[in-house]
Design a protein around this ligand. Sequence first.
Ligand code: PEP
Ligand code: MG
Length: 544
Amino acid sequence: MIKGIGASQGYGIGTAVIINDTITDYSNIKFTDAKTQKNRLKNAINQFISETEELAADVKKSAGSKEAEILEGHIVMLSDPLMQTQMSDNIDAGFVAEKAVDTVCNMFIDMFSSANDELTSQRASDIKDIKTRLLNILLGIKSIDISHVPKHSVLIAKDFTPSMTSRINPNNVSAIITQIGGITSHSAILARAMGIPAVLSVPDATKKIRNKDIIIADGFKGKIFVNPSAQELEYYSSLQTEYLKQKDSLMAYIGKETITQDGIKKSVYANIGRPEDVQNVLHCSGEGIGLFRTEFLFMDRNQEPDEEEQFEAYSTAARAMDCREVIIRTLDIGGDKEIPYLKIEKEDNPFLGHRGIRYCLDNPKLFKKQIRAILRAAVYGCIKIMLPLVTCVEEVQQAKALIKECEAELNEKKIEYKSVALGVMIETPAAVLISDILAREAEFFSIGTNDLTGYTMAVDRGNAKVCNLYDAMQPAVLRAIEITIKNAKREGIQVGMCGEAAADTRLIPKLIEWGLDEFSVNPGSILQTRKAICEYKSKNPDEK
Ligand code: PEP
Ligand code: MG
C-alpha cells in the first residue's frame, strides 16, 4: 500500500495509464537558415494559439470560465513580445526553432521556479506546459491524448497540467493519482468537480507504478494498492459497490424538503469557491450558499480582481441562486492560503498572524472594493456578508463602519446597491467565549469548525503526529459549538455551520438537538446531509 492525500472521494479500480512527460528529442533537426527556422517557429506559435483557443472554448463549457482562463493565459504568455523576441534572437544566433523554444522556456522556468512561492511556481508549470506543446507541434508529435484512454483507466502523472486535465473524460477515468499537489491544487479541484476519486502527493507514483498495473485508489483515505491481492480487490470492489449504491439512493433526496421526523425544518446550504459551482449546488437542490470562499477569485493570478470582476462573480452567483440566500465571506487569506501579489509578510506562525478580517481591516482599500462589489451585487439576489476569523467585537464594529462608508460612497455616486445582513464566523475560541456579545452585533453566525477545531485543540492539522486530536467530535469542540448555538438562540439570531463537520453524520443529531438552523456543506455532501437530517427523530418530544 502507498499513502497519499485523499483529495476527491470515492473508490477507483482500474488499469494504470502513466502519463510521463514527453521526451522531445530534436538533435536530428539541422539548422539551415534563420528565415526557415523563424517561419517554422511562427507557424508553430500560430498553431498553438488556434489549438489553445479551441481547447479553452471546450473547457469553458465543461469546467467553467476560471479553468478556461488558465489556458487563455498560456496564449497571453506565449504572445509576450519579450518571449518571442528572445526566441528569434536565439535563432539569429544559429539555433534551430526547437532549441530556441527550449532555451527561452527553460530560462523562464528557472526564473519562476526559484521564486519559491506557490503562484510563481504555478507560472513555471504553465511555461513547462507551453514548452512541451510547442515542441510537440514543431516535431509533429501528437500530445498524449488523455481524452481517448480506455474505460476504467487510472491516470498517473507527476502532476496534471491545465491543458491535460481539461481533456480528461470522466466516463473513462476511474481515478487520478499524482506525485505532487494537495487538496486545493488544480488537479484536486477538477477531480472533485468531475466526481473522479483522486489520491495526490503519492511519492514516486510514476516510478513505483507501471503501465497496465492494476490499481485501487481510495479517495477517502488516500491509499493506493498496486496489483492488489484477490482479497483486497474483493474488499474494495464491495466498498465501491456499496458507495455507488449509496450515492444512487441519495438521488431520492433531490428536491426533498429538509425536515426531521418530528417536523423540524432545517436548511442544507453549500460551500462554493466560484460562481460556476452554483450549478452543482442547484443540481442537488441546495437551499442556499452558506459560504462563498471569495479567496478563490484572488488566487492563481498576478493581481487582485477589480471591483467590476468581483461584482460580476457575486451577482452571477446571486442571480443563479434566484432568491435563495448567498452568504459571501469577505477575503480570508493568510494561514495556508497564500496570494503572493498581496505581498503578505512571511510570519513565524501564519495561522496566528495577519489573516482573515485582520488583514482586511488593515487594508481598507482592498476590503472596501470587495464590499462595494458585494453591495452592488445584492441588488440581484439575496446576499449576506460574513466576516472570517473574528476574535473581538471591535473587529465587527470596524467592519460595519467601513460598510457604512461604502454605502455612502455608492449613494453619492448614485450607484445602485442594497444593504445586506452582516454575519460573523465563529471559528476561534475567543469568538465562542464572547458569542453572547457578538450575537448582539451580528445578524447571524456561521460556525467554521475547520479552524475552530484546530484552534480549540491547539493542533496543526498538517502535523501527522497530532492529527488524531484534530476531530470536531472532541468534547472541547462540541462544547464550543453548543455554547455558540445556545448564545445565538438566546439573542434570536440564525446560526449555521460551514465547516466540514456540518456534513459529519456522527455530529448532525447533536447539531439538530442544539438548534443549528443551517448546515452548509460541499456540494457533493448536500444529499447525504439532507438524508441524515430527514432521518433524525428526537428523543425529547418537546424539542423544537
Ligand atoms: C472553517 O474554518 O471551518 C471554514 C469554513 O473556513 P475555511 O475552511 O475556509 O478556513
Ligand atoms: Mg476558516
